[in-house]
Design a binder for this molecule. Structure first.
Ligand code: SAM
Length: 288
């Protein structure tokens, strides 16, 4: 009898993955942690019943969340990642020769443990000497007063819905802390989910960020694993516009290119209407 994992995208829509083997199932103090060997995308991480990242298509999300900011910042030497305990984003960020150090703040040590054991393509980053892994709540970490300013802060957390620890990372108070933790020309990017199913995450986050940062932008990519595929990121920047960037030769990339970077800021009207007018105006292309 075939085993299937089912995720509820919305009350009337489920996503299902055929499972060859259940590799791990456990409960941390924060969430239920499972690793499934799926037929379609290989070893995949599930938290509280939500598919987080798969071996088969993780490169899309991680290349975009890493290389759009890395290409737009002239000297991305110090990077903070909050969440991302699977290691995939850190691996992608560390593939840039400009990056001198990555601090990864993950609240759940069980996620790191199972990723090291079952998600080797994600977890290769943990062997990089430039990586500093800290097990802590990202919100509390930014309350520390001894932090050196960061050039980039990337939020790779679980979604704000539900009972998990990700919700606090979508508050204006947290965005204010991010602003304070960034260098004078720093910028931050946060995953803001699939607006086709959860438009309020993008709408509320972009509104909050636009009130705190002088430059706020929204970009997107297609991640087959996530409901509806269409997936967004919201950015706040103190000086640089992510649409202005120096093309990087990311030779290993299977999704990111300078043309994809440029096109990722073209928002369909059904999505643009969710974000503040200033973002819509700044991201309206006429014939370019
Ligand atoms: N790529 C996935 C996505 O976009 O849905 C995210 C994957 S990553 C595994 C998400 C991580 O964020 C989880 O390991 C979770 O424990 C971590 N996380 C959630 N809230 C956090 C917080 N407040 N501080 C630090 N890490 C947090």
């Amino acid at each position: 009898m075939a085993l299937w994992f089912s995720e509820t995208a919305s009350p009337g829509h489920h996503l299902e993955w055929k499972v060859n083997r259940l590799l791990f199932s456990g409960q941390s103090q924060f969430q239920t942690v499972e690793v499934l060997d799926t037929q379609a995308f290989g070893p995949s991480l599930v938290l509280d019943g939500i598919m987080q990242t798969t071996t088969g298509d993780e490169y899309i999300y991680h290349e975009m969340l890493a290389w759009v900011p890395l290409s737009a910042h002239p000297h991305p030497h110090r990077v903070l990642i909050i969440g991302g305990g699977d290691g995939g984003l850190a691996r992608e960020v560390l593939s840039s020769p400009c990056v001198q150090e990555v601090t990864l703040v993950e609240i759940d040590s069980l996620v790191v443990e199972v990723s090291r054991q079952f998600l080797p393509t994600h977890a290769s980053a943990f062997a990089d000497p430039r990586l500093h892994l800290i097990i802590a709540d990202g919100f509390e970490y930014l309350a520390r007063t001894d932090l050196e300013p960061f050039d980039l802060i990337l939020i790779d957390s679980t979604d704000p819905e539900g009972t998990g620890p990700g919700g606090i990372l979508y508050t204006a108070e947290f965005h204010q802390k991010v602003f304070q933790a960034l260098a004078d020309d720093g910028l931050y990017v946060q995953q803001t989910g699939t607006p086709i199913y959860n438009p309020e995450v993008l709408a509320e986050t972009s509104r909050s960020v636009a009130q705190i940062f002088p430059i706020c932008r929204v970009f997107w990519c297609v991640v087959p694993t996530y409901p509806g595929g269409f997936f967004t990121f919201t950015s706040g920047s103190k000086r640089y516009d992510l649409q202005q960037f120096s093309p990087q030769a990311v030779n290993h990339a299977r999704w990111y290119t300078p043309a994809i970077h440029r096109g990722a800021f073209a928002l369909p009207p059904v999505v643009a209407q969710l974000v503040p007018p200033a973002i819509q105006e700044a991201q309206t292309f006429f014939g370019s």
